[in-house]
Design a protein around this ligand. Structure first.
Ligand code: UDP
Length: 468
């Protein structure tokens, strides 16, 4: 491991008295307003607060977090005005991220400047700002106000590393991704193949490359530190390589939801807790949990194949079907004719689940997942093997690591087709191949537990925040 990585094994011991000197200093956080970004940022906030830092959360009105969940934090809306369509789930995610960055830069700067102006002793002064890694405009704005600013990466170290490598991948001919090179290993990013690199179907490749370049440039120019929601046991090599490329320290503080003693629920939707009682009625490891996260959606044809595949697998399942998660449907998508009966006898469909509790439930045998990074960490921490159906962005990277690096998942394949679905589900849930993957998942969970029990990374981060 290179000298600068402040992670679990290499962490210098933080003395308690040093950490608790943090009392009466403030950290200002600015989460990106999506489920997979709000949760890790607020978990980081909980951990910093527990180490004596006061916390202010600046936030957009769009997908605003619920202040009632954290009376101990100050919540300040930046009062942005978004262009038409920018907040709509129908809008392409890249266009949404570009619009959010454009529209929030000035209101974020103004809100932060007012906060600084309003600061009066004995108020805690602002030690530093932490912005989500995708807020490249906010990163520059906070630094422009003279504040140290850190960036929270809510994706894996492998994904972040691939983002840093993007300009080189173009020179090496991997980008734009070519059909004939899809299965080629990317020389500097193994085990990733060209097909695993970040992509957003339907989005312009140049726009994606431009977006990633802005993120990397802003970070290189303005960040005093990089905080990653990952840990050495799963990504030690990737972390070391990242540190070699950065001139500021990287802190591997994950898995954030497990580092919190009693992590608060930060759901933007009301979870259907009835599914926990439904799970109680099932034998251990018998149920397949199916969820494609908070953003991904599928076409009606894929939805139908998923439904029929589940129905004919013979395996009990708990399926999260979000309103709007099938293209062209406004509300909650209807089950295809004929599948309803199967669902009533062997399955349960909900619009939103208390996912962490579901994955921790003994009845869960595997997780059919889109492989978002939070879902990936949550399944690793519960020792639940994964059936990988990556949809876009970093999900292909995570799927590759789950299936090939850590060996805790099986691929569902590019084409979702009912017979393959049913066969792969049965393989994972009921056959020896599934047992092998499940055993690896169990071992990886033990490593995660060990990391959680011994990590000093958050203490070191808090200490660093007070020193810059
Ligand atoms: N989640 C949940 N209930 C659901 C579906 C998802 O609580 O029914 C949570 C899940 O636990 C995770 C987050 O939503 O923390 C999704 O984040 P992830 O990075 O996995 O995917 P994204 O939604 O960002 O694509």
């Amino acid at each position: 491991m290179s000298a600068g990585v402040i992670s679990h094994q290499t962490a210098p011991m933080a003395r308690d008295d040093q950490v608790y000197d943090a009392v009466r200093r403030r950290v200002v956080l600015f989460p990106l307003p999506f489920q997979g970004h709000i949760s890790p940022m607020l978990h980081l906030a909980e951990l910093l607060h527990a180490r004596g830092l006061a916390v202010t959360v600046l936030h957009t009105d769009f997908n605003a977090p619920d202040p009632a969940r954290h009376p101990e934090f100050a919540f300040v809306p930046i009062r942005e005005t978004l262009p038409d369509g920018a907040a709509s789930p129908e809008t392409d995610i890249l266009a949404q991220l570009l619009a959010l960055n454009g529209a929030c830069e000035a209101p974020f700067r103004d809100a932060l400047a007012s906060l600084l102006l309003g600061q009066r002793p004995p108020d805690p002064d602002v030690a530093c700002v932490v912005v989500d890694g995708q807020w490249y405009t906010a990163l520059g704005a906070a630094s422009g106000l003279g504040l140290p600013v850190l960036t929270l990466r809510t994706e894996s170290a492998a994904t972040f590393r691939s983002m840093l490598a993007f300009p080189r991948l173009r020179d090496a001919g991997y980008l734009p991704i070519k059909d004939e090179r899809l299965d080629e290993l990317v020389a500097e990013l193994e085990p990733l193949r060209a097909r695993d690199l970040i992509r957003i179907d339907g989005s312009d490749e140049d726009a994606l490359r431009g977006f990633i370049a802005r993120i990397a440039d802003a970070m290189r120019v303005s960040a005093s530190g990089v905080v990653l929601n990952t840990f050495d046991a799963i990504e030690g090599l990737e972390l070391a390589k990242i540190q070699d490329e950065l001139s500021c320290p990287a802190f591997a503080v994950g898995p954030l939801h497990r580092m919190c003693r009693a992590p608060a629920e930060h759901s933007l939707h009301e979870p259907d807790r009835g599914c926990l009682a439904w799970l109680d009625a099932h034998p251990p490891r018998s149920v397949l949990y199916v969820s494609l996260g908070s953003v991904a959606s599928v076409g009606p044809g894929v939805f139908e194949e998923m439904a029929w595949g589940l129905a004919s697998s013979g395996v009990p399942f708990l399926w999260v079907v979000r309103p709007g998660s099938v293209h062209g449907t406004e509300g909650t998508p209807r089950m295809p004719d004929g599948v309803d009966e199967e669902v009533r006898s062997r399955g349960k469909v909900v619009t939103w689940a208390p996912q962490r509790e579901v994955l921790a439930h003994k009845a869960i045998g595997a997780f059919w997942s889109h492989c978002g990074w939070n879902s990936t960490l949550e399944s690793i921490c519960e020792g639940v093997p994964v059936l990988a159906q990556p949809c876009f962005a970093d999900q292909t990277v995570n799927a590759r690591y789950l299936t090939h690096q850590w060996g805790v998942g099986l691929e569902l394949g590019d084409v979702i087709e009912r017979a393959t679905v049913a066969e792969t589900v049965r393989m994972l849930m009921t056959r020896r191949e599934g047992d092998r993957v499940r055993e690896k998942a169990r071992q990886l969970k033990l490593q995660a537990d060990q990391c959680v029990a011994t990590s000093l990374a958050i203490d070191n981060l808090a200490q660093y925040m007070l020193s810059i």
